[in-house]
Write a protein that binds this ligand. Structure first.
Ligand code: SUG
Length: 444
């Protein structure tokens, strides 16, 4: 049977904006209050997804969330009609309104952690939506994320959906951004590498001092238990707190894995050698650890360019390619590194650059925009086929974006009640295009 690694990219929602909501995420902070371009953002994402489908990859899309989130605004005490709720929030608590308008669900690397059937004891693909408790604007995502995942992977025989972890800092969970899977072949059982920023229960473990560590060891362990993974197939590794303090707010900003390759910065982890030895021993086969030294690329350049937020993919001919943001091309040290990398004899043979600047300006690169789901042929056939990218869906989604999305959005526009109508109309139509059923509260 054939096996694939599918990428499910988050569609950028109609309220894509820059609000400086993510403390510890340098780009989000630096671009706060800049005017955004929702239509361009959605199209940049679609271009990348279509290009991967054209390369012969299995590529899907995940629907965005309903924003403004009036349910959360009502839950925190704003009353009246939709227009009144929006107006009161914009007058009394503009920061809370901003949090309820973020299109942050586009970064589907944070939607969930996924374990393929080859690794799980019940032989199903497991999904746990991330609770994202560290950031208010993201903590309101997991329930709808669960609905969208169930409507996309809608077959109980093959897909096992869990509830998100308890909403408490002890279980801070940021999903696949802090999880990567190493294997020889997508269909063989592999090593699931969970990277955490801090322990909630062990005060001896080091922590960052400036920026938050969003993922806890306890959350990673809980996901591994839920997903029915054997101890022998898990490795838990701590992220270096010093790099979190330099803006590496998720592990996928400093390392990325694919099959038997782990591409990482030398400062990415703590206890690197011992943990790599554990990976080697548990993999029981060759692993290519591709280390980038600080002398080649500084942490600052890695964070600015998102060298490690690239997608390392295996093309149908078996060669690996790196899908990088154009920001890597524009950074001299990073561009030079990537140009050399493909000549070094590692499995990575080519680099392809994509302009995803609208997302990058909020700290989301190519890898943030996608959720990986390794599946066999039968599982791919069990996915909601209307969510899979092809020529027809690409054309349809571009037309849909043209019809419903604004060219520009500023912070002041978030208080415009027309945005509620535009967003709901767009999402209602999208659920028909993707045949998702009613996944949003306004549809219930
Ligand atoms: O959670 N940015 C997102 C970026 C997520 C990137 N994902 C991965 N690395 N996998 C975040 O910090 C910014 C929103 C704003 O400021 O408007 C934001 O949420």
């Amino acid at each position: 049977m054939k096996h694939f690694e599918a990428n499910f990219d988050g569609l950028v929602g109609p309220t894509h904006n820059y609000a400086g909501l993510s403390f510890g995420n340098v780009a989000s902070f630096n671009n706060a209050a800049m005017t955004s371009n929702p239509k361009a953002a959605a199209k940049q994402g679609l271009q990348k997804a279509k290009a991967l489908a054209d390369l012969g990859m299995v590529q899907g899309v995940l629907a965005p969330q309903e924003r403004p989130d009036l349910y959360t605004l009502r839950r925190i005490g704003f009353t009246g009609s939709d227009t009144e709720v929006l107006h009161k929030a914009s007058q009394q608590a503009p920061q809370l309104l901003n949090a309820c308008c973020s299109a942050s669900s586009m970064w589907t690397a944070n939607a969930a952690t996924v374990s393929p059937s080859a690794d799980t004891r019940d032989g199903r693909v497991h999904f746990t939506p991330a609770n994202l408790v560290d950031k208010l604007h993201r903590s309101i995502e997991p329930v709808t994320t669960g609905n969208i995942l169930k409507a996309t992977f809608n077959n109980e025989r093959h897909f096992h959906h869990h509830q998100h972890l308890p909403e408490h800092a002890s279980f801070g969970d940021e999903g696949a951004a802090n999880h990567t899977r190493l294997c020889n072949d997508y269909g063989h059982s592999g090593i699931e590498l969970f990277v955490y920023g801090q322990s909630a229960t062990n005060p001896q473990m080091p922590k960052p001092t400036k920026f938050p560590a969003r993922q806890t060891l306890e959350a990673s362990q809980a996901v591994a238990r839920l997903h029915q993974l054997d101890d022998e197939s898990c490795v838990f590794m701590q992220q270096n707190p010093d790099v979190i303090d330099q803006g590496v707010f998720h592990n996928d900003v400093i390392s990325v894995g694919n099959q038997n390759v782990l591409f990482y910065h030398e400062q990415a982890f703590l206890d690197t050698e011992a943990k790599f030895a554990e990976i080697r021993q548990k993999m029981n086969s060759e692993v290519h650890f591709i280390k980038v030294a600080t002398s080649q690329v500084s942490i600052d350049d890695a964070v600015r360019s998102y060298l490690f937020n690239t997608q390392v993919i295996t093309l149908p001919n078996g060669e690996m390619a790196i899908i990088a943001p154009t920001d890597c091309q524009e950074n001299p040290a990073v561009h030079q590194y990537l140009t050399e990398l493909v000549t070094l004899g590692t499995p990575i043979k080519q680099v392809k650059y994509f302009d995803v600047k609208q997302s990058m300006q909020n700290g989301g690169g190519p890898a943030c925009l996608r959720l990986r789901v390794a599946m066999n042929e039968q599982e791919v056939a069990a996915v909601n086929q209307h969510t899979l990218m092809n020529e027809q869906l690409f054309t349809r989604l571009n037309t849909w974006v043209d019809k419903h999305y604004r060219d520009q959005l500023s912070a002041a526009d978030l208080a415009d009640p027309q945005l509620i109508i535009e967003s709901r109309t767009a999402l209602d139509e999208l659920t028909q295009i993707l045949k998702l059923g009613s996944v949003y509260q306004f549809q219930k």
